[in-house]
Write a protein that binds this ligand. Structure first.
Ligand code: C2E
Ligand code: MG
Ligand code: MG
Ligand code: MG
Length: 278
């Protein structure tokens, strides 16, 4: 090990398979302690109505500020949490905290929570949702669960059954990152999604003049409409993209242009400002 050669250069050797596995093992140990150590935090990103630009919901986005590793990107720790099933306790923490925060907001503002496939395969996940709602006092109609198509891959039937239970509670379900990954239209037939979230790669493509991206957004909007679902465009970063997305008929917009993921306190401040301006 590099460490044995003196100096504090534990990880300075060239990345190898071994080093990557070792890094993951170390990270997993830290992630296991993250809840108890108070290292997890939720950020909230506003989603606005494409026409009125009113804030209609916030998406809860998990942040991990590790004592040992500093800020770790969700792109890194979420897959690790899924592989190790740590996403189950972590996801429950997210659910409870997100509902508790949303209960403080004006009653027309919803909260969207990302849920992984592993969570949907837990036999008591729907009960956990019931507990989070009861404990926070949040009406079920104000909770939207976001899933990607990948949740149907391993045990699609169980995932669907859990989502049906959640729908029966009165919550809504959104299909996240639509158009990337495994896109099969069959999923749209098998579950009553309320919203299709158009992946930001299409927004970016369309704004860069890709006619294919424009055509795909048009088609998704038309399809969603005839299925009685709404569309949210992800990753809208400037006014030009916002205008384009509105003209393409997307119902809601999420992206840095209308707000970055922010601390709970700042989300509350934003809602207060909007209310005073109204
Ligand atoms: P996602 O659910 O698709 O969330 C949207 C991601 O896009 C977020 O990344 C957000 O910060 C980013 N984003 C929003 N607007 C813009 C924009 O205008 N430009 C750009 N470039 N990016 C934008 P983030 O927070 O890094 O999260 C990444 C992914 O991690 C999420 O993608 C979601 O799949 C997963 N994730 C985050 N929190 C949770 C959680 O609590 N549970 C689970 N299971 N997954 C989570
Ligand atoms: Mg999401
Ligand atoms: Mg997304
Ligand atoms: Mg994503």
């Amino acid at each position: 090990r590099a460490k044995d050669e003196g100096g504090n250069v534990h990880f300075s050797y060239v990345p190898s398979l071994h080093a990557e596995a070792e890094e993951r093992r170390v990270l997993e140990g830290s992630l296991r302690r993250a809840i108890a150590n108070n290292e997890l935090q939720l950020n909230f990103q506003p989603v606005v109505d494409a026409n009125s630009e009113d804030v209609v919901s916030f998406e809860a986005l998990l942040r991990w500020n590790s004592c040992e590793h500093g800020m770790v990107s969700p792109a890194k720790f979420i897959p690790l949490a899924e592989d190790t099933r740590l996403i189950v306790p972590i996801g429950n923490w997210v659910l409870h905290n997100a509902c508790r925060e949303a209960a403080k907001w004006p009653s027309q503002v919803k909260i969207a929570v990302n849920v992984s496939g592993e969570q949907l395969l837990e036999p008591d996940f729907a009960d956990e949702v019931v507990r989070a709602l009861a404990e926070s006092g949040l009406p079920p109609q104000r909770l939207e669960v976001e899933v990607t198509e990948s949740v149907f891959l391993r045990d699609g039937r169980t995932a669907r059954e859990t989502l049906e239970k959640i729908l029966a509670l009165g919550c809504t379900v959104a299909l996240d990152d639509f158009g990337t990954g495994y896109s099969s239209l069959g999923y749209l037939r098998s579950l009553r999604f309320s919203t299709i979230k158009v992946d930001r790669s299409f927004v970016l493509g369309a704004s860069e003049g890709s006619q294919e991206s424009v055509a795909i957004i048009n088609a998704v909007v038309a399809m969603a409409r005839s299925l009685n679902m709404t569309t949210t465009a992800e990753g809208v970063e400037d006014q030009e993209q916002a205008r384009m997305i509105r003209d393409l008929g997307c119902n809601k917009i999420q992206g840095y242009y209308f707000g970055r993921p922010m601390a709970a306190e700042d989300a509350r401040k934003l809602l207060r400002m909007k209310r005073e301006a109204a």
